[in-house]
Structure formats: C-alpha cells, structure tokens
Write a protein that binds this ligand. Structure first.
Ligand code: PGA
Length: 260
C-alpha cells in the first residue's frame, strides 16, 4: 500500500464479546465513510473474526489478527495460525508491547511471526517501542534499532513492501500519556534511517510507519500531520465508535477544514 494512504488500525485487545462486537461494527459502518486515502482496519478478539468477516464490507473495513502462532499447523493446543487466518484477515499485529511484556515474546518469536504472516499473505504490523526506563536512560534509538533488527532479520526487501511498522512507546500505551509529536517524529525518523541502513533509501521512503499510544480523537490530527507518520494504531479510543470514526475522518485529507 502506498504512503499516500493513511492506515488507521483499531486494536480492541480483550474487549467486546460477539454480540457487542457485532453491534459496534454495525454502528461504526454508519459513521465511517469510504475514503480512497484511508484504510480502516479493525483488530477484534480472535473469537469474533469469523463472524465479523461476514458482516463487514471489505471495501470499508479490513480485519487484523491481534496475535497468531508462527507455525502453520500441528499440535499446538490453544493456538491459531496465520495459515488459518488467511482469507479472513489482511493484517496481523506482531510484537505488540503487551505480547512482549505480559506474554514474554522474544525477538525470535516475533521474527518467526513476521515470517509466518508474510508466508500466509497477511501484512505484519511490527510494533516496536521503548519502555519508560529505557527512555530515561536515553536508549530509545538503540531499542528501536534492536527491535527492528530482531523482527526483520529474515525479511527480504521485496517482502518488506508488505510490512508496516508501528512505533508504540510502551509508556504511552493505555496510560493516557501520549507522546509529544516532536518525539514521535524523531523516533519515526530513527526508524526510517535504520530501514535505510538495512534496505536502502527507497525502502526507507516507502515503508509505512504508524504511531500508537493513548491516541484520542483530539490528539490524532497532530500525529497525522507529521510527514513521516502514515497512520495510527489506536487502542482505548477505538472501542468508542464515535471517537474512532472521528479519528478516521481526521486521516482523510480533505478533512482539515471540516474538522476545525
Ligand atoms: P492505547 O493502545 O491507544 O489504548 O494506548 C494502543 C495500543 O496498544 O496499540
């Protein structure tokens, strides 16, 4: 997907049951207009993916898996594979900070999941970001560097075209403390410069990089206006159909006057 299109992903995390999810999507479908310059992606719990895939219009919304296992099939009780998600979702979150920190996912797991997503035609959204401690130690750029290398180790430059990077500082996620646009800009520039180092200038220019962390309908525009930022990964605010549809509106280019 070219960078002239903004990508807005709503990560519902472990919220909304089947009934609530269906009602929500029904409501959201009425609020969100199709814009050629915005791709709207919903990442509900795995349980609801199949039924929502039948309910949504794929021209209006795409679906993302919040998580999946890196093997395609076999004796892995409780897991869902990217191969099984193929045809239902178009994206897969990989390495979200809650996966890294609550479920102890390592760079090795994350790398294998990026590969599994690519192998099964899902676009991996590789989430990277520093903790508050790492930030206070001045290690932000080093952490981003290590997580990029860790996640992308086996990805070719052809495959990189399918990869989305989400810069999500851990301290900003679910905390209400969203990062300052200047800091986001600096981090996203560091990410692009690392991609340039690994894959060359063209890839660095073309890769889509999102920001995520306590984004609200009020703060969204400041990030979307940053030239290096191609969209948003929204958690809490995506659970409110009105707030989320406002964020989508702000991602649409012609919207700046309408939203003032
Ligand atoms: P938040 O979550 O918007 O609630 O901070 C973002 C995320 O976890 O992707």
């Amino acid at each position: 997907m070219a960078r002239d299109k903004k990508l807005i992903i709503g990560n519902w995390k472990m919220n909304l049951n089947m009934h609530e999810a269906s009602l929500y999507v029904h409501q959201l479908a009425k609020l969100v207009k199709n814009h050629r310059d915005v791709e709207v992606v919903l990442a509900p719990t795995a349980l609801t993916l199949q039924s929502l895939s039948l309910q949504i219009n794929y021209r209006q919304f795409k679906l993302a898996a919040q998580n999946f296992y890196w093997r395609d099939m076999g004796a892995y009780t409780g897991e869902i594979s990217a191969a099984q998600l193929n045809g239902i979702v178009q994206y897969g979150l990989v390495g979200h900070s809650e996966r890294r920190h609550v479920f102890n996912e390592s760079d090795k797991d994350i790398r294998a999941k990026v590969q599994a997503a690519i192998r099964n035609n899902l676009r991996p959204v590789l989430c990277i970001g520093e903790t508050a401690f790492e930030r206070s130690e001045g290690e932000t750029a080093a952490v981003l560097h290590d997580q990029l290398i860790g996640g992308l180790a086996n990805v070719t430059s052809e495959e990189l075209k399918e990869v989305v990077i989400a810069y999500e500082p851990v301290w900003a996620i679910g905390s209400g403390k969203n990062a300052l646009p200047d800091d986001v800009s600096q981090a996203v520039r560091a990410i692009r410069s690392q991609i340039k180092h690994l894959y060359g200038a063209k890839s660095a220019e073309e890769i889509q990089v999102l920001y995520g962390g306590s984004v609200t309908a009020d703060s969204a525009k400041a990030y979307l206006d940053l030239p290096d930022v191609d969209g948003l990964l929204v958690g809490g605010a995506s659970l409110d159909a009105h707030a989320f549809s406002e964020i989508v509106k702000k991602a649409h280019k012609g919207s700046s006057l309408a939203n003032k």
